[in-house]
Design a protein around this ligand. Structure first.
Ligand code: HEC
Length: 181
């Protein structure tokens, strides 16, 4: 009896939660994206990009479900979340980035900026053709607090659209999926 009551209560809570989700129709914008609390423990770092010109190192992570579904020539799956966390490069007295034995730049420990793109079914509706990136949204986060930052994101859309419109609007993710292994 007690089990039935508990199950009924849980079912009620689940229905209430899904009703709340359905009451909020999609509107374009970064408010659709949140930084998953467990991303550092759960996501897979599949790429690291040295940017000597900007003296930063970019660590690029994807959620494991999307990682499993990456396939050559295929768009990324719905539910894909890609997080790019930048670190400052260690530099010498002249400000030139230091390199390790393998020639890679050496990061300072802290993240200085976090950018993210996420793809969900039905997203992207409402952006003009000069901006829309399929079903992707973009957001930027404060690296210390994880809070979404209120900054313009037009450049995210236009650059990813123009450079990677044929690669599902991604750079390292598409390249990783298409790299011969
Ligand atoms: C001028 C072009 C340009 C702009 C503007 C731009 N990006 Fe990117 N983005 C890139 C390139 C190139 C990469 C690959 C990593 C690198 O070389 O820095 C990338 C990689 C990424 C990635 C990792 C996914 C992948 O497939 O590599 C994310 C997430 C991302 N950008 C989000 C954003 C967000 C959010 C903004 C806006 C705040 C933004 N980008 C603005 C060019 C751009």
């Amino acid at each position: 009896m007690r089990i039935t009551i508990l199950a009924t209560a849980l079912l009620g809570a689940a229905l209430a939660a899904s009703a709340t989700a359905q009451q909020r129709p999609y509107t374009p914008g970064p408010q659709n994206i949140s930084l998953p609390a467990d991303w550092q423990a759960r996501f897979i770092r599949y790429a690291t990009v040295d940017k000597p010109d900007r003296k930063i190192i970019r660590n690029i992570y994807i959620n494991p479900e999307a990682f499993e579904a990456l396939a050559p020539g295929q768009p990324l799956p719905y539910g894909a979340m890609i997080i790019m966390a930048d670190q400052r490069a260690r530099v010498d007295a002249q400000g030139v980035p230091l390199r390790d034995a393998a020639g890679r730049m050496i990061p300072e420990p802290a993240f200085i900026g976090i950018e993210m793109q996420q793809k969900e079914r039905g997203w992207g509706e409402g952006y003009g053709p000069e901006q829309r990136n399929g079903e992707w949204e973009y957001a930027r986060f404060d690296a210390q607090t994880g809070a979404r930052r209120d900054t313009p994101l037009n450049a995210c859309f236009t650059c990813h659209l123009q450079a990677r419109g044929q690669q599902d609007f991604t750079f390292t993710a598409w390249d990783y999926a298409n790299r011969a292994r």
